[in-house]
Design a protein around this ligand. Structure first.
Ligand code: TXA
Ligand code: MG
Length: 306
């Protein structure tokens, strides 16, 4: 079943049922060794999934949950390899969306000797493609491969959660998102490190991900006019915070919001729309290279084909 979260739509299954989780991999076409995030409705469910809940996890949970933050913790005994991708850690978050929270709270209990307390869910898109931020995106992308889609409207945040690894005694940023390393550091009173070779694998951090089918190039604002002039006569789409210059009949110009939250909120829907125009090329004006834009810039870099 697909369900809305505040970040993107997830494709969920009982995290305690390997057969159900296997169906997610089949629907997405996702490699089996890629771990899934387990969504829980309450911090009380954490001990069922995590063997160690360090003080840092409690602090970050209190500050940001429900919300767009995933914590990587040492996994509890009995957590299935198909959820963790065979790693000794598990990704956990309480999503900040009323429909997701209602679903998760209803999905906490015991029946027939089976205890259920978490929904394993990746983003509800085909592997490597743009994450869905509306129920319609999920239906268009997964079609009959998904039995039901809970429609919770547009996802507010629009890009996937920030992922922080707390499994090795310090905080390591595995995937940037709306919640910035500075916000996390302020809560922890300690810096957030960047991943090194020993960090857990996070496939959302593969170089090519979140990608439209149309080739996408990131272009500095100052270089956009010259690029467009060089492409005269070709069918090109542009996503830019700048105003459209006049006299560009060959260009489909999509205005993007100037503020980061609004930009992220619209980003994936805009990329899908531009992809559908079947242009030769999508040019995206590179947003500012500043920390608040790190999550957006990360997704755009991975969406870019060169
Ligand atoms: O906002 C989100 O996080 C969305 C919504 C649906 O919650 N979910 C999402 O799931 O983006 P997915 O599967 O598309 O990306 C999850 C990321 C992957 O990069 C995966 O590698 C990483 O989380 N991850 C999950 N468990 C992990 C673990 N134990 N160690 C390292 N990375 C993990
Ligand atoms: Mg994903």
């Amino acid at each position: 079943m697909a369900f809305p979260t505040e970040t993107v739509y997830g494709l969920g299954a009982d995290g305690g049922n390997p057969a159900a989780v296997a169906k997610i991999f089949a629907a997405k076409g996702r490699p089996q060794d890629h771990p899934l995030i387990v969504h829980v409705g309450s911090i009380d469910s954490l001990p069922l999934w995590a063997a160690e809940i360090p003080a840092a996890a409690h602090k970050l949970a209190a500050a940001f949950w429900p919300g767009p933050l995933t914590l990587i913790l040492k996994r509890a005994a009995g957590v299935s390899d198909c959820v963790t991708g065979g790693q000794d850690t598990v990704g956990l978050r309480i999503p900040g969306h009323p429909v997701a929270l209602e679903l998760l709270r209803a999905f906490t209990g015991e029946a027939g000797g089976h205890r259920y307390s978490g929904i394993a869910a990746p983003s509800a898109n085909k592997f490597g493609r743009i994450s869905p931020t509306t129920a319609e995106h999920v239906r268009a992308e997964l079609g009959a491969a998904v039995d039901a889609v809970l429609d919770g409207g547009d996802c507010e945040v629009g890009i996937e959660s920030t992922i922080v690894d707390l499994s090795r005694g310090r905080a390591v940023l595995l995937r940037p998102g709306q919640i910035t390393p500075a916000q996390i550091a302020a809560v922890l009173g300690a810096e957030v490190d960047l991943p090194d070779a020993a960090a857990p694998r996070a496939p959302g951090t593969l170089e090519s991900h979140y990608a439209p089918r149309t080739p996408l190039h990131l272009v500095l604002a100052a270089e956009l006019p010259a690029r467009l002039a060089a492409l005269r006569g070709r069918k090109v789409a542009v996503l830019a915070r700048a105003e459209a210059p006049s006299g560009l009949q060959h260009v489909h110009w999509q205005a993007a919001p100037r503020a980061v939250a609004a930009y992220a909120h619209e980003l994936y829907a805009s990329l899908r729309r531009l992809d559908e125009l079947a242009c030769e090329l999508i040019l995206v004006e590179a947003p500012p290279a500043v920390p608040e834009w790190q999550g957006v810039n990360d997704r755009l870099r991975r969406a870019a084909s060169t």
